[in-house]
Design a protein around this ligand. Structure first.
Ligand code: CUA
Length: 344
């Protein structure tokens, strides 16, 4: 294939303004490319790859992503290179504007290549996904230690509530033991909206849908804090609906769970409720945000009034604490009595 020199280089007669126009186009293109790649360069993982997996299901998802990416990148480069080459090779040049270019009919071998090629690619991707899928979807029945933990995860505007089998409740930060499969039952209350549970290092997204229970799992290999975010636009404070999983060595986790089950720890739950449930709208010091300032409000110091408004909502405030246990109510009241927000 003979590539001809640009007309502008060959013909001295070509106007300078048209050359300047090309230069401008090129500069804009380069700037745009630089802008597009900047966020990727700034993000620590390059922005293009999933975060390092810390659970077998997340590993399966990462591997699938990388495998599919090989074909995506190859097809992208091939198609774009051909596009540019064809635009260049078959440009109008000095042909009359309304005159057709050369007509081409039939190219059996080429047609075979572009039919068989995609079929083979789809087959390879399909086969790879089917091999990886069981490791992503299926929850291991037990870990090396023979244990398995079940946690109920409820997505609500705008917090995550976790319930452990022994009745312990936690908000936004889920604690879990390392090396133990954790099965999550993910749901949302009937009167709420759809949220989505997603801790990238610990596996894929799963929707928290009112009236439906979905399940997912993770088994974190090592202790650490894994950050995530509600992945379904769920209202004004969706961006604040962060979630994190704090993975502890198994014995530390057992100690935490036992300690949290005792009544003395309820102020800790109260703090989680204030920060996770109240403060996202009313501000950390009750100074107000998308919801009114509540620092100094007599309701905060009156457990009965507090329970009434938290359980049932009022005006535009939703019933953020509908379905809360007595323990949860007490925890919030205790916390607020000991730490009244000062509005600063
Ligand atoms: Cu919940 Cu977004």
């Amino acid at each position: 294939m003979r590539v001809e020199l640009p007309t502008g280089w060959r013909q001295a007669s070509r106007s300078r303004s048209s050359f300047r126009w090309e230069l401008r186009l090129l500069t804009t293109g380069v700037l745009l490319l630089a802008l597009l790649s900047a966020p990727a360069a700034l993000a620590d993982n390059g922005g293009f790859t999933p975060v390092d997996p810390a659970s077998p299901n997340a590993e399966g998802i990462r591997d699938t992503f990388l495998f599919v990416s090989i074909f995506i990148v190859a097809v992208f480069v091939l198609v774009e290179a051909l596009l540019v080459a064809f635009v260049w090779r078959y440009r109008r040049q000095r042909r009359n504007r309304f005159e057709d270019g050369a007509q081409i009919h039939g190219a059996t071998s080429l047609e075979l290549v572009w039919t068989v090629g995609p079929v083979v690619i789809l087959f390879l991707i399909g086969a790879f996904v089917f091999i990886e899928l069981p490791g992503i979807a299926n929850i291991p029945s037990a870990g090396a230690s023979g244990d398995r933990l079940e946690v109920r995860v409820t997505g609500r505007q705008f917090y995550w509530q976790y319930e452990y089998p022994n009745g312990v409740v936690a908000i936004d930060t889920l604690r879990a033991p390392a090396g133990v499969p954790v099965r999550l039952e993910v749901t949302a209350p009937d009167e709420d909206v759809i949220h989505s549970w997603w801790i990238p290092a610990l596996g894929g997204k799963i929707d928290a849908i009112p009236g439906t229970t979905n399940e997912t799992w993770f088994e974190a290999e090592r202790p650490g804090v894994y950050e995530g975010q509600c992945a379904e636009l769920c209202g004004l404070e969706h961006a604040k609906m962060l979630a994190s999983v704090e993975v502890l060595p198994a014995d530390e986790f057992d100690a935490w769970l036992a300690e949290r089950a005792s009544a003395q720890a309820s102020v800790e739950l109260g703090a989680e409720e204030w920060e996770g449930v109240c403060a996202k709208c009313h501000g950390l010091s009750g100074e107000g945000g998308i919801a009114p300032r509540i620092a100094g409000s007599p309701v905060l110091a009156d457990p009965q009034a507090l329970e009434e408004i938290v359980r049932n909502g009022r005006g535009e405030m939703p019933a953020v604490g509908s379905g809360w246990t007595e323990e949860q109510m007490k925890a919030l009241a205790t916390y607020l009595r000991e730490n009244p927000p000062d509005g600063q």
